[in-house]
Design a protein around this ligand. Structure first.
Ligand code: I3P
Length: 456
């Protein structure tokens, strides 16, 4: 497998109008034009019509959507509207602000060395977003160094969308209107190919094939935020486990303590590392991931909040210790500004997703790790949830299937996705009931029994 196929990818959002005139696109599949037509039709069916029909061209080169990426991992960074306004008339016209929101998915890696070899490009931080020029291949990409100022006037800014809340540096490029390019991952590409014929298709970003640019491959995807006006975005990472079993095995066979992970751990909890980890100033990846799971609600609820970007420009990723159901309720409440209608819309979408997951052949046959649910709403009341990030979603051996709602034990590859979703639904119901829902989040066993009783 080529190196780039093994590297990490990052968050993707995408589902709205796509530009048929994309010059750069090269379909990976043989029957590409047919697939393209199908995708266009499907995207058109799914996407609300109002926002996509006539893209707003703001500049000769067009303005790419903003990528929102944390600087320094889990640190929270608040960026207020005034800060952005101050920057409007600065000389830094084409530099886009990047604050943070979530971590990224990744492709399956073959060894832990891979996790270390290209660390810089995969760490969270300020990233560079390059824009696809409007005219002709010969035109160089418009390189947008990401810094802290927002470069556009308020009137222009209203027309922009944020593309992404991503982690790994350099994994995204802006593309034609309504689409984005995400660094190629063999794993993720295979998932998108398989999802073409699955009931989950309406809930995942539109996928428009593989694109090659400057010697690099990308997945061409629809921008999920394109249909929103000043969206609020939340990323929830699903499941009780955020690392692959194979990562665990590799770390056991060849432990590779990482200093960057050690530092991230100490930043949150100076007593997190063991004495040995302190002395070597390093922790292994699975150890770090497990620690993240126990600190947050991943272990207790089967999902965790990774980050939130609000329409006022503020951005938070300091949810590493958001663990209890009550904490999560509070975060959701704040996210929707107490608007119960938004929560109700989210709930109805989550119920549809749950239904589709239970019917999905794809879901049965895959270990879903590091995948997120992306919540997006805006002031118009438009509220959607999408299933994103399939970089670590891995097919099971032929004939094997997962329940997704029973406890994980090494070897069974269970991910707790459905259990987490059930708890997420209960949590949102509690938001509606002002945190006083009768329904409490349940244990794996209770959940399985309830599902059996429901005949599910
Ligand atoms: C990161 C997060 C990412 C993970 C990344 C972690 O931790 O768990 O999901 O990438 O590993 O550092 P945090 O959220 O605390 O910043 P993958 O999902 O791709 O494994 P990495 O440093 O090896 O990229």
């Amino acid at each position: 497998m080529p190196k780039e196929c093994r590297r990490k990818t990052s968050k993707d959002f995408g589902l709205s109008g796509i530009n048929e005139g994309s010059r750069l696109e090269r379909r990976s599949a043989g029957n590409s034009s047919q697939i393209c037509d199908e995708l266009l039709q499907k995207a058109a069916q799914i996407a609300p019509t109002s926002a996509t029909a006539v893209p707003t061209v703001m500049d000769v080169r067009r303005v790419p959507q903003v990528t929102i990426t944390p600087e320094g991992g889990g640190c929270s960074r608040e960026m207020r509207q005034e800060d952005w306004d101050d920057a409007v008339d600065s000389t830094l016209r084409r530099k886009l602000s990047n604050s943070s929101i979530s971590s990224t998915g990744s492709s399956a890696v073959e060894s832990e060395d891979d996790l270390l070899s290209d660390n810089e490009s995969r760490s969270k931080g300020i990233i560079t977003l390059e824009h696809l020029a409007d005219t002709g291949e010969s035109k160089p990409w418009w390189k947008l160094k990401t810094i802290v100022q927002w470069p556009f006037r308020a009137t222009q800014r209203r027309k922009l969308n944020w593309v992404q809340l991503a982690g790994h540096k350099g994994n995204f490029k802006a593309a034609d209107e309504g689409t984005i390019l995400k660094k190629f991952s063999e794993n993720e590409m295979q998932c998108f190919e398989k999802l073409r014929g699955d009931v989950l298709l309406p809930f995942v970003p539109g996928y428009h094939g593989v694109v090659e640019k400057e010697g690099e491959s990308f997945l061409h995807m629809t921008d999920l935020l394109a249909n929103f006006d000043l969206p609020n975005v939340m990323d929830c990472k699903m499941g009780v486990r955020t690392y692959l079993e194979e990562e665990l095995v590799r770390a056991r066979e060849r432990p590779k303590p990482r200093e960057d992970l050690y530092k991230k751990m100490v930043e949150v909890d100076s007593e997190g590392p063991t004495p040995q980890e302190h002395s070597q100033r390093g922790v292994t990846k699975p150890r770090y991931m497990q620690w993240r799971e126990t600190m947050s609600s991943t272990n207790t609820l089967g999902f965790r909040i990774e980050g939130i970007k609000k329409c006022d420009g503020t951005c938070r990723t300091d949810f590493k210790k958001t663990r209890s159901k009550q904490d999560v309720i509070q975060v959701f409440n704040d996210f929707v500004g107490g608007n119960i209608n938004i929560i109700t819309s989210y709930l109805s979408r989550l119920t549809e997703i749950r239904q589709a997951l239970k019917m999905s052949e794809f879901f049965k046959q895959h270990e879903v790790i590091g995948s997120s649910l992306l919540f997006i709403h805006d002031h118009t009341g438009n509220a959607q949830v999408w299933i994103i990030d399939f970089g670590k979603t891995t097919a099971l051996p032929e004939g094997q299937m997962l329940n997704h709602d029973i406890p994980w034990q090494e070897g069974n590859r269970e991910d707790g996705y459905l259990w987490g979703l059930e708890n997420l639904i209960h949590t949102l119901e509690s938001v509606i009931n002002n945190g006083t829902s009768e329904q409490t989040c349940c244990s794996f066993e209770e959940n399985s029994q309830a599902m059996e009783a429901d005949g599910q």
